[in-house]
Design a protein around this ligand. Structure first.
Ligand SMILES: [Zn+2]
Length: 170
């Protein structure tokens, strides 16, 4: 800690800031040491803390808004959990698609039709098939699993995607 005589400008190095008045050993000037450095560092720390908190709150607000927008646009989420090949009673190979539909909104939703699209090796659409999963209403946070057997030739199908046919949305 450095203090300076405000008359002759002599600098003194001190381990600890003195409490109250200080007398200069060179010129005899007596002055009151201001604990300004300490105050400033505290204020700086406080300001930095405020800035950090503001940034954090801003990030959280942005994140919540982003999440809210995402949920508003997609109240229901369909995802595929398993794609397997099954053999039907006629001995034919079929592609079986399993997955879930989850209601991530705060409202009860009716389960819409699901559209399963299958693609070949080059990414071309082999077929688009619509079906209705079992549950008709999905409560808040509820999840329903589905299974659909594709009529497409499993030798051709290389990739499968699922989407919801939302009302008013194509
Ligand atoms: Zn002095």
């Amino acid at each position: 800690m450095k203090i300076k005589c405000d008359f002759c400008k002599t600098e003194y190095n001190l381990d600890k800031l003195p409490n109250g008045n200080v007398k200069c050993a060179i010129c005899g000037n007596v002055w009151a040491v201001q604990k300004s450095n300490k105050k400033n560092s505290f204020l700086m720390f406080f300001a930095a803390l405020c800035a950090l908190l503001a940034a954090l709150v801003f990030t959280i607000v942005v994140f919540i808004n982003y999440q809210a927008a995402k949920i508003k646009n997609n109240p229901l989420v369909a995802s595929i959990t398993e794609v397997t090949t099954v053999t039907d009673e006629m001995g034919r190979q079929k592609v079986s698609v399993s997955g879930t539909v989850k209601n991530q909104s705060e409202k009860i939703y009716g389960v819409p039709d699901l559209i399963v699209t299958s693609y070949d090796e080059e990414g071309n659409v082999v077929s688009k098939q619509k079906f209705l999963p079992s549950a008709t209403l999905l409560d808040v946070g509820e999840e329903v699993s589905f299974n659909h057997i594709l009529s497409s030739n499993p030798a051709v199908v290389k990739k499968v995607s699922v989407e919801l046919e939302m009302q008013g949305v194509k």
